[in-house]
Structure formats: structure tokens, C-alpha cells
Design a binder for this molecule. Structure first.
Ligand code: GCW
Length: 870
């Protein structure tokens, strides 16, 4: 278990004997990254440390067989990709996989350590006489796991190191003995039985379809393999919302097939359960957790499940939260509810992950003391010590909700006699939904490394969830992954799934180190490629923070709709409590003990002393904790409002740089991946401009304070659609106004807005018009020369509008608005741009944009922007 630290990786000497030094000249794989292979695409490796080619397991269980299969597969792919016959011939000897017990029995002379921790491994190699040609017949490599899962993790560790070494570099850091830092390392999926996935951006479910488990579960096996390769040992497959149908007998049969598919990879199935199930599907009149009939119902249900799935990992519970039923209906506590499930699961070895994401979403905005951030601590801290020993309280990293920037939840230090797990989101709900490149390891690391100073001693979050700080036996990390049939929907987003597993295994790894490992395995081992991709990954989260929310206001996205584009007021004046309280004078939530909501007082004293005075509060969280005037000076000496302007111009610039860096990889990486990511980064750069302009123009208007650098409110080269000579196009007010330049745009068909969202919900039909073509014209009055002309338009679903750009009646370019972007009315979710490069213009030229509506895409657009080419 995790109360001790994992053994520090030790240097090894035996590895130099295992064929290290073979640098393969395999050509870069010509195929694109396919969904089923991700970072386990061994054929791509260009350098390899090899292990003896005869691989076998000592035991017969499926997990050890997977380890053997994986080692052979890895070797097979590498061999196929061009290992010379001479090298192949030199790979004699044996690679043995087994549990420590099996190894001791089969090789009594091999000194298997006595202190192997659960799921840990030890790798032993007999010295090799011939380093150039590889090992001879009698050489031996042993991967001993403390259990079968440990042996599998050892095999993957061997492959990982083999795959990530620098070609030709001396290899010194192969781990010989390791074990995971924490026992619970799960991904959660928010899949619904109908095959949709809440907050999923990678296509439909790999698990479910049309109300039941899919017939073909091959992708589930492929997923389990990916998970196992980074040490993930549990997968909760169903949404925490609406979970009751998953306990129906037919569904349990299907779930058992999912468990079967994942078992060979050591990944145990877990389920979300609805606390009202005894009533919803069990026919009882109540779901009061303390009712004897309810207890009996859960005990019987658990027995039924274990009969079908003997190694079920446990249950996850979302209760009394966002409309989900819970124990509060009966005046019972989360501990009462958790313990009923825990008692039913205990005899089977199952655990309960009870989510601390419990809050009132009908808060009163006019109450300056109301604060959603307080909820988890207020509810769970008094229950410390009341949870059964197989309950783990699952706490989101911040007190609000997976925001791009928020402080660590104080609840981590508020529970000392209770097991805890940290919940993060791999799926980028509030962080660009995989359309934006945002590498999350640095964000997670910031939370894991944060020292909460409980009891005035060192208690970093990672050590709390490892169980170390307060001597807990259970703890871990949960990553909400929401993969679909296209995995995460974007190749580079897979770095986040990879990083989650690696950090749950060892939270001391650095974000940079994980990025490098992932890049080498997924894209290329070429040092320049690795350096470039890693730099991009590391820059991506700070860039996203720069062009979205600022100084701890949270993301400022549309929190009542898509959670994607900008919508500043959506956070305010409603019950959801994601407030930032801005007005003409200032901005920020006063959460101090002295004058605010008192949230700061939930932190241990040393941390509270840092956050309470505005003077010592860190700038990046200033507005999370304090309400200050726009002219308040940050530690940098800059005013808050000037920071808003500067950070957003900087953020948009940083987003553009990501694309420029990627462009340097042309010809060095897989061409399909190069092209795919180039298009994504181009889109991201333009969406960062939408964000920048929305935030900047909104707060310029709100504060009435000009930008020192003169940028805010001025767009040289921009010509507004509403100022053009319009034929057919009609001017309309974009909602929210900040999502369009000066709040207005033009449309060639009917548009709805969010206040008419009820119309959409009611009818499920979108307004369409008979096809028509509209024109907007401007006379150019700038200097002559070559320019890039960008057209900023709204790409709506439900049709594919066509656009054309002409100069003096001569067609320059045309394109189709065929991208699938969120929401059904023109706003910052779907504002996008098309750029025609290198167009010659002279004063007096007539520029015209023609739009043809189609279905419910009305061919709406915002402006054109003319920038010097080159
Ligand atoms: O962030 C919110 C999401 C909901 C989600 C909820 C939760 C599953 O918007 O979609 O519901 O968090 O974590 O329960």
C-alpha cells in the first residue's frame, strides 16, 4: 500500500548487457496515428533496447499472458521494421515474466527482494558478455511482479524505457524496482446507455449503444491495454448522472462482458450507482440509506453483481448534486449513504468512491456570503472519521469545477481520518474540448505538489492522496476520461491520458519528463521533434489561461451552455455560484474571513494566512479570493485591467506560436499527423482571437479604462460586416454581445439566440430558410500591396453554408462552413475564420463576401480583417 514511498528508481548495470546500443534505422512509420494504437505504436520507434527474444510466463493467468504478448508484440514490431538479421541473431536467452512467488520457485538462486509492494515489480538481468551483438543463449531477464499486475507493469516499464531512450545515449535510469504511489488509479467514463457521452469529445461510446452493452468490445480491450501500459487499474464505465438502469439484471450481464474484456490487462470494472436505485429499479417505497429494506436491497444487488463480475472494483456515487438524488432527502448524511454501499461491498473487497462534488446550485447571488466553493468542506469536514474503511472521498482538485485556474480544494486537508482521492478531468470540458491543445500535466502537478501545511507540517496534496500524510490505507487519483470511438478526438490530447496514468503511478514525475516520454513513444525519438513538441505541450496550458479567464476568475466560458466559448455574464446572477462579481468599479469574489464568505478559513492556518490579506495573495488567484478595483496594482506593478488586456493579447500570440512551432516539424514526422494537427492549431489560434476580443472588449466597456498600449477597442484592418453595403444580409445582435466584434454581425437566414434556446429544446427543430445568397461589399481605402484577408464567420450546425470572397467581382476563394462546433446560434462557440493569403489590393478595390445559407446554417459573419502578407 501507499503509506511508504515507492522505491526510488535505482540505476542498473545489467541493462547495458541487453543489447543496448542497437540503434535501429527504421524509417518513420508511414501510417497515421490510428485510434487503436496511440502511444503503443511500437513500429514507430527508431531506437531500442532489446531484451532476449524468447519470452515466456511462469504462471498461466491472463495478466501474465498479456505481459508476454506485449513483450513479443513490441519486439515483433521492431523486428519487422528493419532490425538486421545479425542483431536478431544476437537476441538469445530468455525473458521471464512471473510473480515473485513463481520466480523464487523456478529460480531459487535469483535474489527476488522480500519487500515488493502490491502491484510493484522488480527486474533482474544476468550480465551479458557481448554488448555489441546482444546477449547469448544463456542470458536471462526476469520481470518479477509482487502479483500478476505488477509483472505486467514491469513489462510495460521495460518497453517504455526501451522506447524512449535517446538513440546512442548511455542509458542510466532504468527503474529496477518500483511500485505505484497509490492504490486507486482509475479512469471514470461518463457514458450513457444510449451511447452518448457526457462531456465526451471523441465520438460515441466504446462500451454502450442503444441502451445496452455493445456486441463488439474489441476497442474496450484496446483501451484496457492503453490503461495498463501506464498503470491504471480501474475503469468506471458509466455516467455518474442517471446511473440507475445500469443495475438492471440484463445490463449486469453486459457489464460482465466488459469486465471480461478488461481483466487480462489488470483493469477492474467499477460502476456509478444511483443512490435512489432501490426505489427507481428495486420497487421499494424508499431509498433511505438507513432503512433496513434498503440495506438488504443493496446487499442482495451487490451479491448479484459479484456473481457476474467477481472482481468488481467498486461503486462511484454522485448524490445530492446537480439534480441527482441523495441521502439529504431523508436527512441522512453522505457518510450514511456511503457506508450502506461500503458494508455491502466490503465482504467482496469492493470500495466506494463517494464524490465530494455536492453543492447547492440554487444559491442566492445577492447574498454576499453565499459561496459554492465552501460546500464540499462544509458538508464533508464534519463527517471526518464517520466513513467506513473502504470508502474513499473523491475530491475535485479545486473547490469549484475543473477550472483552468482555481486553488486546491481545502477539503484535502480537512479530512484526516478518511481516505481521499483527487479527481481530475482528462476530457477538456472547460479547457477547449480537445479542439484546443492544452496539456494538463502542469496543472495537475501544481495541485499535486501544493503543500497544504496541515498541522503546520509538510502535507502536499500528493502525499495526502497517497495516504501518507494521515496514515490512510486507501487513496488515489481518478481521471475523468470520456474516451469515445475516436479516443479523445485529437491525437495530441492523448498526452493527457498518458500523463494521468503516469502521475497516478508516480506523482513525483515532472510534467516535462512525462511529455518527453509520450512524445518519444507517439511521435518521434528525433531530439529536435521531442524538444519542439514538449515545448508546445508545456506552453499550452499557460497560453489557454492567458486567453480565457484571468487572475482566478475561472474560465469565463459559457457555464450554462456549451462550456466552450466565451460568455462572461453566464457565470453571474444565477444559482450556480461560479461568480466573479464584476462591475464598473472592480471584480472578484471576496472569500476572506474578515469581510467575505469565509472560505479562506477552510485552509490550514499557514495557507489561510497567505490567502487572507490581499497583499500576500498570489496574483494568479487574486480574484478568486478578493474583490478589488480595476486599478488595483498586482505584485508586478501592473493594474488588474491592464493585465486583462496584456494577458489576452499575449495569450492569442502564444496560441499562434504553437502553430508556428509545429510548422517546423514538416517532413520530420508522420505527414498525416502533421497535417491534422496543423489544421487544429490554426483553428485554435483563431479561436484564441475570439476569446481575446470577447474578454478585452467586455472589460473595456465595463471598466471604461483604456488600454495603455492602445489595442483594446481598436482593430486596424478590420472591416465590420454591419458597416458593409448589404444585399440580402441582415444585421443582428450577437448574444452574448462580446462574442462578435462590436456586438453585431450579419446573417443570410434566420438565427435564434440563447434566450430562444427554449424554442430549440421544445421543438428540436432549428429555423431554416429557403436557400438564398447574400452579399456584403466594402470599398478598400488602405495602401496598395499584398495582404491576407481573414473572414470571421459563424459555422453553425444543421447545414453547410457556402462563402465566397471576391475582389472587383473576381473570385479569390470560396469555402464551405462544414466544421462541427457547439451551440445552435451564432456566438463565440462557433465563431471561426477563413483566411485567403497573398491577395493584391489597391485603393478603390471593391471587396465582397457572398454567403449562401443552407439548412439551419444561415451563413452569418462578423467582419473581415486585412493584414499585410508575409
Ligand atoms: O463539471 C460538471 C459537468 C457535468 C458533470 C459534473 C460532475 C457528470 O458539467 O457534466 O456531470 O461536473 O462532475 O458531476
Amino acid at each position: 500500500m501507499a503509506s511508504g514511498r515507492r522505491t526510488a528508481p535505482r540505476k542498473i548495470d545489467f541493462f547495458v548487457g541487453l543489447g543496448l546500443g542497437f540503434v535501429m534505422s527504421a524509417a518513420l512509420a508511414a501510417h497515421a496515428q490510428t485510434a487503436d494504437r496511440a502511444w503503443l505504436s511500437y513500429a514507430r520507434h527508431t531506437a531500442h533496447t532489446l531484451y532476449p527474444r524468447h519470452v515466456r510466463a511462469l504462471g498461466s493467468n491472463a495478466i501474465e499472458q498479456s505481459a508476454v504478448q506485449e513483450l513479443r508484440h513490441n519486439l515483433g514490431d521492431v523486428l519487422t521494421e528493419g532490425l538486421s538479421a545479425r542483431a536478431e541473431g544476437g537476441l538469445g536467452g530468455q525473458t521471464i515474466v512471473g510473480t515473485a512467488e513463481e520466480v523464487r520457485k523456478a529460480f531459487p538462486g535469483v535474489p527476488v527482494p522480500a519487500d515488493l509492494k502490491p502491484e510493484g515489480y522488480w527486474i533482474y538481468g544476468a550480465p551479458c558478455a557481448d554488448r555489441v551483438n546482444g546477449c547469448g543463449e544463456h542470458n536471462l531477464l526476469i520481470i518479477a511482479g509482487s502479483d500478476a499486475r505488477g509483472a505486467l507493469y514491469g513489462a510495460f516499464a521495460l518497453i517504455r524505457v526501451a522506447s524512449t531512450i535517446d538513440p546512442g545515449a548511455p542509458h542510466e535510469a532504468m527503474p529496477r524496482q518500483e511500485h505505484p504511489a497509490m492504490p486507486i488509479r482509475w479512469v471514470d467514463e461518463w457514458d450513457n446507455a444510449n451511447g452518448t457521452i457526457e462531456r465526451g469529445y471523441g465520438g460515441p461510446s466504446i462500451f454502450f449503444e442503444d441502451g445496452h452493452v455493445r456486441d463488439d468490445l474489441s476497442q474496450v480491450s484496446a483501451y484496457a491495454r492503453l490503461l495498463a501500459s501506464v498503470g491504471i487499474n480501474g475503469c468506471n464505465v458509466n455516467n455518474v448522472n442517471g446511473a440507475a438502469p445500469f443495475l438492471e439484471p440484463e445490463m449486469i450481464k453486459g457489464l460482465a462482458r466488459i469486465a471480461d474484456a478488461m481483466r487480462p490487462w489488470g483493469v477492474r470494472l467499477a460502476l456509478s450507482v444511483d443512490i435512489a436505485s432501490p426505489q427507481k429499479i428495486g420497487g421499494l417505497k424508499t431509498f433511505d440509506p438507513l432503512d433496513p429494506q434498503v440495506k438488504a436491497w443493496w446487499a442482495a444487488k451487490v451479491n448479484d453483481i459479484y456473481a457476474a463480475i467477481p472482481d468488481l472494483a467498486g461503486f462511484t456515487v454522485k448524490a445530492d448534486s446537480e439534480g441527482q438524488p441523495g441521502p439529504a432527502s431523508y436527512g441522512r448524511s453522505p457518510a450514511d449513504a456511503a457506508n450502506v454501499l461500503a458494508n455491502a461491498l466490503a465482504p467482496q473487497g469492493g470500495v466506494v468512491l463517494y464524490r465530494a462534488f455536492v453543492y447547492n446550485n440554487h444559491l442566492d447571488y445577492s447574498d454576499l456570503k453565499a459561496d459554492r466553493a465552501r460546500a464540499a468542506y462544509d458538508i464533508f469536514h464534519p463527517l471526518d472519521g464517520k466513513f467506513a474503511s473502504n470508502v474513499i472521498v473523491q475530491i475535485k482538485y479545486g473547490p469549484i469545477d475543473f477550472q483552468a485556474e482555481e486553488p486546491v480544494s481545502p477539503l484535502f486537508a480537512g479530512l484526516r481520518k478518511t481516505n481521499e482521492a483527487m479527481e481530475v478531468q482528462i476530457t477538456q470540458e472547460y479547457l477547449g474540448q480537445q479542439r484546443h491543445l492544452v496539456y494538463l500535466a502542469p496543472l495537475w502537478k501544481e495541485k499535486l505538489d501544493f503543500d497544504l501545511r496541515a498541522e503546520n507540517r509538510s502535507t502536499p496534496v500528493k502525499e495526502i492522496i497517497e495516504g501518507k500524510s494521515f496514515g490512510r490505507l486507501l487513496g488515489g487519483m481518478i481521471g475523468v476520461s470520456c474516451v469515445g470511438r475516436d479516443w479523445l478526438g485529437a491525437p495530441l490530447a492523448m498526452a493527457n491520458l498518458y500523463a494521468f496514468g503516469r502521475l497516478a503511478w508516480n506523482p513525483d514525475l515532472s510534467a516535462e519528463q512525462i511529455a518527453a516520454e509520450w512524445t518519444r513513444q507517439t511521435i518521434s525519438n528525433d531530439p529536435q521533434v521531442v524538444a519542439t513538441v514538449d515545448r508546445m505541450l508545456m506552453q499550452s496550458w499557460p497560453a489557454y489561461v492567458d486567453y480565457t479567464g484571468f487572475l482566478g476568475t475561472q474560465t469565463l466560458t459559457d457555464i450554462t451552455g456549451s462550456h466552450y466559448g466565451p460568455n462572461i455574464e453566464s457565470s453571474e446572477r444565477n444559482g450556480w455560484g461560479q461568480w466573479h462579481r464584476d462591475d464598473a468599479k472592480g471584480i472578484g469574489m471576496d472569500r476572506t474571513v474578515a469581510t467575505g464568505t469565509g472560505f479562506v478559513g477552510q485552509y490550514p492556518p499557514e495557507i489561510a494566512r497567505m490567502y487572507e490579506p490581499v497583499a500576500t495573495n498570489p496574483d494568479n488567484l487574486l480574484l478568486f479570493f478578493h474583490h478589488v478595483p480595476w486599478t488595483y496594482k498586482l505584485h508586478s506593478g501592473k493594474t488588474v485591467i491592464q493585465y486583462v488586456y496584456d494577458s489576452h493579447y499575449k495569450g492569442a500570440q502564444e496560441a499562434a506560436e504553437l502553430g508556428a512551432e509545429w510548422a517546423t516539424l514538416e517532413g520530420k514526422i508522420d505527414p498525416a499527423l502533421f497535417a491534422d494537427e496543423s489544421a487544429r492549431l490554426k483553428y485554435q489560434a483563431c479561436h484564441a482571437i475570439v476569446w481575446r476580443d470577447a474578454i478585452v472588449q467586455y472589460f473595456l466597456k465595463e471598466s471604461g479604462i483604456a488600454d495603455d498600449k492602445g489595442r483594446a477597442g481598436h482593430f486596424p484592418g478590420r472591416m465590420e460586416a454591419e458597416d458593409a453595403r448589404l444585399t440580402g444580409f441582415k444585421v443582428f445582435d450577437v448574444d452574448p454581445w462580446e462574442d462578435a466584434s462590436r456586438g453585431k454581425a450579419v446573417t443570410c437566414g434566420p438565427v435564434i439566440n440563447p434566450s430562444e434556446d427554449s424554442y430549440w429544446r421544445r421543438t428540436h427543430t432549428l429555423p431554416t430558410a429557403s436557400p438564398s445568397t447574400c452579399t456584403a461589399q466594402w470599398t478598400y481605402s488602405g495602401p496598395g500591396g499584398r495582404f491576407n484577408i481573414a473572414v470571421q464567420y459563424f459555422d453553425l450546425q444543421g447545414g453547410v453554408a457556402q462563402f465566397k470572397l471576391d475582389v472587383n467581382g473576381k473570385p479569390i476563394t470560396s469555402w464551405a462552413a462544414d466544421t462541427k462546433l457547439p451551440s445552435f446560434w451564432p456566438n463565440g462557440d462557433n465563431s471561426t475564420r477563413y483566411t485567403a493569403n497573398d491577395v493584391f489590393l489597391k485603393p478603390g478595390d471593391v471587396l465582397s463576401v457572398e454567403g449562401t445559407n443552407n439548412g439551419s446554417d444561415p451563413a452569418a459573419f462578423d467582419y473581415i480583417e486585412i493584414e499585410p502578407a508575409g
